[in-house]
Design a protein around this ligand. Structure first.
Ligand SMILES: Cc1cc2nc3c(=O)[nH]c(=O)nc-3n(C[C@H](O)[C@H](O)[C@H](O)COP(=O)(O)OP(=O)(O)OC[C@H]3O[C@@H](n4cnc5c(N)ncnc54)[C@H](O)[C@@H]3O)c2cc1C
Length: 385
C-alpha cells in the first residue's frame, strides 16, 4: 500500500541520490577500514533512514510494507555495510517492540531508535540454536521484579555497536521448542551483558557481528516484551515474516547494482575488436540476470501488498527470501564471469567484494534449505488429501 505517492517518490529519489553520490564513492574505504564512518552514520540519522519502519506515533516514517520494500530496493544498490548499519533499526532490531511491545516499552525505546540515537539488534541464534531456532538454552529466571539472564548468543548483527538487544530466552524450566520462550529488551551497560569481539567474516566488512554473553544479567521485569511470558517465539515469527520480505528486497538491490556494473564493463571492454557486450553469450547472462531481478521484484511487491492487506504471508515471505537470495547469488556469479579476470581482483572492480558480501544472504534469516522445507510444509498442508 502506498499512502501518498509524491511523498514516497521524494523519499526514493533522496535515497537514490544519496546512494550514488555519497555512498558509492566511499564503499571501498568502508571495506578497508571495516567501519562505517561516524559522519556517514550522522548523515543517515539526519535523513531519517533509521526510522523507516517505526510508526509515526514514535517518531518514525511508519512506512507500509510496500513502501519499505521500495525504499529497500534503492538503499541496497550499495555495499551491504550501508543498509546493515540502519537495517537492524528498520527491521529485526525494532520490530518485536513495534509488533508486540507495550505502550510504555514503545514510548521508551522506539523514538530514540527512529532517530538513530540507539542501535537495535536481535539476539536469537545460539551455538545450539541455528536452523533449529527454538532450541534456545539462554534462560531468564524471574526474581521479584527482575529477570536474571544467563547464556550465550552468537552471530548477532550489530551486537558490537548495539545499545538495545531484543533477546529470546527460556522462562519456563523444562520446556522445549517454542514453548516457554519469552522476548526481552536488554540495554547496553546492564551488568552481566557483554559482547564479544567482531568476527573476521568472508564479506560485509563494516557490518560488525559478534557473540553476546549473559552472566547473571539482571533486567527489570518491565523489559519483558508485551509483558507476557511464553509468547516470545510468536513475537519473533511476526518479526521474521516481515523481515523475510524486507531481506528479499535487500537481496535484490545488490543484484541490480552488480548487473549495472557488469553491463558498463562489457560495453567498454574490447576483445576481438569489439566490446565483449556485443557477444551473444554475454548477452544471455545479462538477459537471465535482468529476468530474475524482475521476477524477484514482482514477487516481493506482491507479497508486501498482501501483508499490507492483512493477509497471512508466511508462505510468500519464505518464497521471497528463498528466491531473492539465491537469485542474487546467481547474478553475482554471472557478473564475475562478465568481468573476466577483473571480476576476481579487488584492485580492478568492486564485483569481487559484492560476490563475497552477498554470499551470506543464502545463510541467515533461515538458510535456503530451511526455507525449502518451510515452503513445502505450508504448500503440502494446504493440499492435504
Ligand atoms: C554474519 C551473520 C549474521 C547473522 N545475524 C544474525 C542476527 O542478527 N541475529 C540472529 O539471531 N542470528 C543471526 N545470524 C544467524 C543465522 O540466522 C544462522 O547462522 C542461520 O540461521 C543458520 O544457522 P547455523 O549457522 O547454526 O547453521 P546450521 O543450522 O548448523 O546449518 C548447517 C547446514 O545444515 C543445514 N540444515 C540444518 N537443518 C536442516 C534440515 N532440517 N534439513 C536440511 N538441511 C538442514 C543448513 O541449511 C545448513 O546448510 C547471523 C549469521 C551470520 C553468519
Amino acid at each position: 500500500m502506498i499512502r501518498h505517492q509524491p511523498t514516497l517518490d521524494a523519499l526514493l529519489s533522496d535515497v537514490r541520490a544519496f546512494v550514488r553520490h555519497q555512498w558509492h564513492p566511499i564503499e571501498h574505504e568502508v571495506e578497508k577500514r571495516n567501519e562505517v564512518p561516524e559522519e556517514m552514520v550522522q548523515e543517515l540519522r539526519q535523513r531519517g533512514y533509521f526510522g523507516w519502519s517505526i510508526p509515526e506515533a514514535y517518531g518514525g516514517l511508519g512506512l507500509t510494507t510496500e513502501e519499505l520494500i521500495l525504499a529497500a530496493f534503492e538503499l541496497s544498490q550499495s555495499s551491504v555495510a550501508l543498509r546493515a548499519r540502519v537495517g537492524t533499526n528498520t527491521g529485526i532490531g525494532s520490530e518485536a517492540l513495534v509488533a508486540d511491545g507495550t505502550e510504555a516499552q514503545k514510548q521508551r525505546w522506539l523514538p530514540a531508535m527512529a532517530r538513530g540515537e540507539l542501535t537495535g539488534c536481535l539476539a536469537l541464534t545460539e551455538p545450539d540454536a541455528g536452523s533449529e531456532a527454538t532450541n534456545v538454552q539462554t534462560t531468564a529466571h524471574k526474581e521479584g521484579d527482575s529477570y536474571v539472564l544467563n547464556g550465550q548468543k552468537c552471530y548477532i548483527t550489530n551486537a558490537p555497536i548495539a545499545d538495545v538487544f531484543t533477546v529470546v530466552a527460556r522462562t519456563e524450566t523444562g520446556t522445549r521448542g517454542s514453548n516457554g520462550l519469552s522476548a526481552f529488551i536488554v540495554e547496553r551497560g546492564t551488568p552481566g551483558l557483554r559482547t564479544g569481539a567482531p568476527y573476521q567474516k568472508m564479506g560485509q566488512a563494516g557490518s560488525p557481528v559478534s557473540d553476546v554473553y549473559f552472566d547473571n544479567c539482571r533486567i527489570p521485569a518491565d523489559n519483558l516484551i508485551g509483558g507476557q511470558e511464553g509468547v516470545g517465539f510468536k513475537t519473533i515469527m511476526k518479526v521474521l515474516n516481515k523481515q523475510r520480505m524486507h531481506l528479499a528486497a535487500l537481496c535484490t538491490g545488490p543484484a541490480v547494482r552488480m548487473l549495472y556494473l557488469a553491463m558498463a564493463h562489457t560495453q567498454k571492454r574490447q576483445q576481438f575488436g569489439q566490446p565483449v557486450g556485443n557477444f551473444q553469450l554475454m548477452q544471455a547472462m545479462i538477459a537471465d540476470s535482468q529476468t530474475e531481478i524482475f521476477a524477484a521484484k514482482s514477487m516481493i511487491l506482491e507479497a508486501a501488498r498482501a501483508r499490507d492487506r492483512g493477509e497471512d504471508v508466511a508462505l510468500s515471505a519464505s518464497m521471497c527470501k528463498y528466491f531473492a537470495s539465491e537469485m542474487c547469488g546467481r547474478v553475482a556469479d554471472r557478473c564475475v564471469q562478465m568481468f573476466g579476470g577483473a571480476g576476481y581482483v579487488a584492485d580492478f572492480s568492486p564485483i569481487e567484494r559484492y560476490y563475497r558480501d552477498v554470499r551470506l544472504f543464502r545463510l541467515y534469516e533461515g538458510t535456503s534449505q530451511i526455507h525449502q522445507l518451510n515452503i513445502a510444509k505450508l504448500v503440502l498442508r494446504d493440499h492435504a488429501l
